[in-house]
Design a protein around this ligand. Structure first.
Ligand code: C5P
Length: 281
């Protein structure tokens, strides 16, 4: 048995630079892994199979199964695996849960099957599964460029405590594609916010809300019904500033310390809302 955790991420910056001929968008983003994690367990077996703690995710198109089949085919191995996926990261919330699971499947099976592939080699394969998958092979703090698949690890951000608010908004099919579709040239930027944050991170100073930027904040509040009400509740619970996680709808705040994070989390739970505390990793 082999166990690998699959942590969520937030984008500290997320800029869309422009549309590409292949239909994707070029981005500049600084991604940060956080310790809200799913867990994957691998057991040697003749076939490849997946069992997930969330029954609706037991589907052939689950990225974990796609990653496993792709790696088996490309490596030519005759080995299989029984994979168990225990979910903690909210689904389709902008936290990269599905992509992180896929990256951990590549990592875990590389080890289980004794393939000896490097992180860089796995990252090249990961891009075929989704633009975000490669980041999760590195974790920590990293710059993502291209369509998100080109990863440059950065000096880790100073440890920070986050509170996440997971709105009870119905999942939208093709959410990411639709949100990218709403970005137009009027909200494209030139990567300056990302370069600025990179320079700030190099100083080792604690994260400041004013260093962060997410282009999807310009479209997500119209796209997700009621999201602005969740933002207001978050502010009422004591958040100083509220940010969108990836393309949303999860919202997050950076607290001054663990104690403040706990207070905000506790108030959100008291309002009957779904919230999590997490630390940067
Ligand atoms: O790469 P991934 O499968 O996660 O992307 C989902 C959809 O989001 C793509 O089909 C594309 O429409 C959009 N996308 C984009 N530009 C990116 C990443 C994703 O337009 N950099």
């Amino acid at each position: 048995m082999l166990t690998v955790s699959a942590c969520a991420k937030v984008n500290l910056t997320l800029e869309v630079l422009g549309k590409r001929p292949d239909g994707y968008h070029n981005i500049a983003s600084i991604m940060q892994a956080i310790d809200l994690c799913d867990t994957l367990t691998f057991e040697p077996h003749s076939d490849i199979s997946l069992k997930c703690s969330v029954p609706s995710l037991n589907a052939p198109q689950n990225l974990v199964l796609r990653a496993a089949r792709m790696l088996a085919k490309q490596s030519g191995t005759s080995q299989g695996a029984r994979i168990y996926l225990d979910k903690r990261i909210p689904e389709a919330g902008g936290l990269g849960g599905g992509s992180s699971d896929a990256a951990s499947a590549l990592k875990g099976l590389n080890q289980l099957w004794g393939l000896g592939l490097s992180t860089e080699n796995l990252a090249e394969r990961a891009a075929a599964l989704g633009s975000d998958v490669a980041f999760f092979l590195y974790g920590g703090t990293a710059l993502a460029s291209g369509r998100g698949e080109k990863i440059t690890p950065l000096k880790p951000a100073t440890e920070a405590w986050l509170v996440l608010l997971i709105p009870a908004i119905e999942l939208t099919p093709e959410k990411t594609e639709r949100l990218y579709g709403q970005t137009t040239s009027s909200i494209y930027t030139d990567g300056k916010a990302t370069n600025r944050l990179k320079a700030h991170l190099e100083t080792g100073r604690p994260m400041q809300p004013s260093w962060m930027f997410n282009v999807f904040e310009k479209v997500a509040f119209d796209f997700f019904p009621g999201l602005s009400v969740y933002k207001q509740r978050f502010l009422h619970a004591g958040a100083h500033s509220v940010h969108l996680a990836g393309s949303g709808p999860t919202l997050f705040t950076i607290a001054a310390d663990q104690h403040e994070a706990h207070d905000i989390w506790h108030r959100l739970r008291g309002m009957g809302l779904s919230a999590e505390m997490a630390r940067t990793v």
